[in-house]
Write a protein that binds this ligand. Sequence first.
Ligand code: ZN
Length: 229
Amino acid sequence: MAEYTDDGLLLRRIPFSETSLICHILTAGHGRITVMARGARRPKSIFRATLAPLYRLQLTWRPGRSGGMGTLIDVIRHEQLVHETHMLDALEVIAVTNTLFQDGDPHGYAELHEAISLLDARQADEGQCAALWLLLERAGWLGDLFHCWHCGRQVVETDAMYWQSAHLLCGDCGNGVEVSAGLRKGMAGVIRQVNVHMSVQDRLRWRMMITGVLREHGVKLPDSFRQQG
Ligand SMILES: [Zn+2]
């Protein structure tokens, strides 16, 4: 029977029976897969220590019949993708990613890898916002920061826009919470460059926008987001 080997990032592991784990994984070339890691919960299992999130994993598995659950055969754990201080923020990004890309979706691995690298190179809070914004954009849930998401009109860089029902609107289409020119410039800057910083107020507003998009799409919010409501 065919076996595949590919790089992957672990999204989620769920206990199955007394000894096994079901793993949801984004692979570089095979999209999102679900595999059973038999015996992974046994103390001596090699899977037990290697199947961890936020590491680049090299996996070998046998695909399931007609696209169903496959069987994990081997895992090699390569480098850790984030510094220890960014772990919790990165795990929340993974929790959101888990809901964005479903089984059979060819996307996800490159997007998550890019988001995590972006997060790791920035200050914690700005980095997490930038990582989540990038993922939501790649998932097709966001427009760009300089066009109205309703009428499509390009908005002058120095004009304010408005946040309404998880959409960024021009002055003609919306009158919700103001998203200043400075905030939009800050968001674009943090996503593009490492050394751009935002005011606390701008960061909170950005987080509020991300929360709004996740809510709009029925995504369960990470804990730290719920506190900030
Ligand atoms: Zn408009």
